[in-house]
Design a protein around this ligand. Sequence first.
Ligand SMILES: *Cc1c(COP(=O)(O)O)cnc(C)c1O
Length: 456
Amino acid sequence: MRELLCETCERAVRFLESLPTRRVAAFRDAGELAQALDGELPPSGLPASEVIAWLDEIGSQGTVASAGPRYFGFVVGGALPAPLAANWLAAAWDQNAFSEVSSPIGAALERVAMRWTLQILDLPADAGVALVTGATMANFTALGAARRNVLLAHGHDVDRHGVQAAREITVVVGEQAHVSIFKSLGMLGLGRDRVIRVPADDQGRMRVTALPALNGPAIVCVQAGNVNTGAFDPVDAICDAVRADDVWVHVDGAFGLWARASSQFAGLSNGLERADSWATDAHKWLNVPYDSGLAIVRDANSLRGVMSMDAAYLPDPTSRDPFEFTPESSRRIRGVEVWAAIASLGLEGIRLLVERNCRQARRFADGLRDAGNEVLNDVVLNQVLVAFGDDRTTADVIRGVQRDGTCWCGETNWGGRTAMRISVSSWATTDEDVERSLAAILRIADDVRAQPRLGG
Ligand SMILES: *Cc1c(COP(=O)(O)O)cnc(C)c1O
């Protein structure tokens, strides 16, 4: 065991050290790797060191350098040193964090991680929190509590008696709501399509004046951080418009919620603390390893009510078994990385991380604009959308950037146009990485424009 783990540690460290200089895109695609893997089912086992050697020598060629400093796709972060190391140690602990008895340290780390997170995000200290796999599950979990609560207000216990016998819940979403909201609504029996979509403005923000008059039971899904523009729905005005006991306001703030660590962005999330529930990711802007998200529910008992194993639970404020708050029962101690990230950065470190990434996003926008390209969004946070001309030119530039490998940016569609999306959310990104990436993008855009076009 000792030899295997020490050797693996060496391999992992060599991988991490290669990140700043290696090509950002993967060297081998999934098809090639599956073929390389596609041997006979081993009739007898291989030595563990050979299994790990294969993963390192062949498998790592299929990794994207998203943990490195110049990956700007999909709003991902990279794993900070402390939470990565904590993750390794916790894997050795191999704890089942379902209860306080099965893992005292698991339950304790979750409690502290939750309390600190609520302080950073400036949300109610007595809110219920579930540490789940990501923002999709956090949306699902929080909306489960919403469904329970708005129906209980009408005398129906949906968790015992089901959705079939329940009154219809009106569900309101912004036109630009994230796809994970629809998936969550589907899983909860509320329907992906049976929603009222409120029109959005040119930044993707819900138009408050277009909100329908609501008679409960109703759930309003608000977004704090549009995945393309970074814009926030005007949550304060939305709460003013829809406040009632049987109307629940849920906020999807997968990355945007972390902007609350800095007063620079206070204007964006004004009134966000008035909502009933919030979903966020730790594996995005908090830069912890996958998979880590948080569902936060103002009324902790709504969350406990929907997730507890025992429908006739008795709330006991002195203990907190994690399984009473999460969809999962047996699970790893997900709080360990959140705890380690916050412990190692402190409030100040998180503020600086958010402010640095947003400043870097503005630098990208300025550099791209100065070179004559069109920035399609107001760069209010860490997201930049840029077009390099017509859709075909932009798509060619994106492909060129991905092939070049200096950095990696993805493609999206904004306002009917093809755009390159730059998400700056990694602790590892230095200002020098931004300059190097910007220079590569501008060089590739010049090359694409200089090429004669074949065909129409
Ligand atoms: C990333 C994201 C999600 C989904 O998060 P996962 O961690 O991938 O489940 C939901 N909403 C928004 C706004 C996001 O950016």
